[in-house]
Ligand binder design. Structure first.
Ligand SMILES: [Zn+2]
Length: 150
């Protein structure tokens, strides 16, 4: 299962934290902080108790989050429930135009049926959503649609 991402900004830049304080501040278990050390988070020095400087922690978390970013591949949207990119259920997405050039895709997660969103430029639609049925939900189009005979 994917681990929760910690917001680096909860760490104060000019503060020192011991392991317990850092865990509390970030809302994680102490063991997570120990894992961070193994993963390269440097303490101020080797004296005990081990202290971490806020600015170092923040930089570490930022880099860690960046590494974990999962860009959505073609035909996928990020599902916040599954915490990974998923295909739309039934290969069907709705595209709501926000501007002339871009808008938001909306679809249901194939796995858990959570609503997923993805910002996308209209010009990129075919390249990024190959083999997916896109229904345009532009307000204007809808209005025009109602004027057409059935
Ligand atoms: Zn899902």
């Amino acid at each position: 299962m994917a681990k929760r991402r910690v917001n680096p900004n909860v760490v104060k830049l000019n503060r020192n934290y011991d392991t317990t304080q850092l865990a509390t501040c970030c809302g994680v278990h102490k063991n997570t902080v120990l894992n961070w050390r193994t993963a390269g988070l440097e303490p101020i020095d080797s004296s005990k108790p081990i202290l971490f400087h806020g600015s170092v922690v923040r930089e570490f978390l930022k880099q860690r989050n960046a590494k974990r970013k999962q860009p959505c591949g073609p035909g996928k949207l990020y599902c916040f429930s599954c915490r990974e990119p998923r295909r739309p259920a039934l290969g069907f997405v709705e595209y709501v135009l926000v501007t002339q050039k871009g808008g938001n895709l909306k679809a249901f997660c194939e796995t858990c049926e959570t609503v997923m969103h993805r910002k996308i430029r209209r010009a990129d639609l075919e390249a990024k959503m190959p083999g997916v049925e896109v229904q345009f939900a532009d307000r204007q189009l809808r209005l025009i649609g109602t004027l057409l005979p059935p």
